[in-house]
Design a protein around this ligand. Structure first.
Ligand SMILES: *Cc1c(COP(=O)(O)O)cnc(C)c1O
Length: 385
């Protein structure tokens, strides 16, 4: 059996290695490191793949979120609602811009933002909602967009973990996550479903005017060279990363299909165990698009009942099986983001999830014998304690 890893980027490289090396060689010879033709090619390829009018490449996913909020003109004091159970980048940029983060609880079945909790948190100061397509599962965008429309709010999708996933709306129409709100942000961090060999990110929108604003902000607020019309940042995707991403993009659906197959195999081992809750895939996809994914399993995250999670983690460590606890502390309890307005009882789901969740190795190169070994090791511990 091959060594088990949380992600296996070395095996994934093999089939695309020559293509990437020859692009690298070309970039070195042209010395076109910033804004080279590879960046424009990747941008156009990604626009076609996503079916979105505008992709604005940038330096990383955190910047993409920040630039989205800048581009929408959010002002200090504006409240932005997001999930308590997510990676800190989402709330970090809200705070950094002097906006007021308002954290709300999540749905225990899907781990994504709880729409009722969002509705309760809306005040006259609320300006935007940031749903996170956590672990590769789309947030309930119909309900979120309806709330946004009713209260005149922007919707910024954090699609760092959801690239390639779909959302089926109430009319059974299929949308790519990241193309449904006003603007979305994604990340090409190496371990993401579409990963560069360094940092990278992108914004997406169908709004021409917003796209124009964003393209200026990523480049020092310049729309014409040395004319700085708005306050911007320096956030560029470099040509080497764009070449890696352009080589991987045609494989993204294949990578995601393999992740989904691995998840289905894990589910077969775990689904009837009374101590384990397997990740729910929102129904609606099955009949509509057999091969499409409504979940791209950026993470395969189990909930472990009866306080067995930490013991299981120890056991996996002893058996040299990597795992992740995403996330161990709710954002509302992180020192940087504590707020007197938060009441513990409003975060009962997140508070429970941080005690129960464990993410197993998940990537496009997992092999059957590895999955079997991981699953049996989990079950051995769960059934014997
Ligand atoms: C990875 C991630 C980000 C940040 O992306 P970077 O490219 O690492 O800056 C933001 N939000 C979520 C949910 C993420 O998983």
């Amino acid at each position: 059996m091959k060594k088990i890893q949380m992600v296996d980027l070395v095996s994934q490289l093999e089939p695309i290695k020559n293509e990437i090396l020859s692009s690298f060689e070309q970039i070195l010879e042209e010395a076109s490191f910033i804004n080279g033709p590879q960046v424009r090619k990747f941008q156009a390829d990604l626009e076609a793949y996503m079916g979105v009018k505008h992709v604005i490449p940038c330096a990383n996913g955190t910047d993409a979120l920040q630039i989205a909020m800048m581009g929408l003109g959010l002002q200090p004091g504006d409240e932005v609602i997001t999930a308590d159970f997510t990676f800190a980048a989402t709330v970090e940029v809200i705070a950094l811009l002097g906006l007021t983060p308002v954290l709300v609880d999540v749905d225990p079945r899907t781990f994504v933002i709880d729409v009722e909790a969002v509705e309760k948190a809306i005040t006259p100061k609320t300006k935007a909602i940031v749903p996170v397509h956590l672990f590769g599962q789309s947030a309930p965008m119909d309900e979120i967009n309806a709330l946004a429309k009713k209260h005149n709010l922007y919707v910024i999708e954090d699609n760092a973990q959801g690239i390639g996933t779909h959302y089926i709306d109430a009319n059974h129409k299929k949308h790519k996550a990241g193309t449904i709100g006003d603007v979305s942000a994604t990340s090409f961090f190496p371990s993401k479903n579409l990963g560069a060999y360094g940092d990278g990110g992108a914004l997406m929108t169908n709004n021409d005017e917003l796209a124009h604003t964003l393209r200026g902000i990523v480049n020092h607020g310049m729309y014409e060279r040395y004319h700085h019309d708005v306050v911007g940042v320096n956030s560029r995707l470099d040509s080497l990363q764009a070449a890696v991403l352009a080589a991987k993009l045609p494989h993204l659906d294949g990578y995601n299909a393999k992740r989904r197959q691995a998840a289905i195999q894990y589910n077969r081992y775990f689904q009837n165990n009374p101590y384990l809750i397997t990740p729910l895939t929102v129904s609606g996809c099955e009949g509509i698009c057999e091969q499409c994914a409504c979940h791209v399993f950026h993470q395969y995250t189990l909930r472990v009942k009866d306080g067995k999670r930490d013991g299981l983690a120890e056991h996996l460590k002893a058996m040299q099986i990597p795992f992740g606890i995403y996330y161990p502390i709710p954002l509302h309890r992180q020192k940087a983001y504590v707020d007197a307005r938060y009441k513990e009882e409003d975060f009962s789901v997140t508070n429970q999830l941080v005690e129960e969740v464990i993410s197993l190795p998940m990537h496009s190169e997992l092999e059957d014998d590895q999955i079997e070994f991981i699953a049996k090791t989990v079950l051995d511990y769960i059934n014997q304690t």
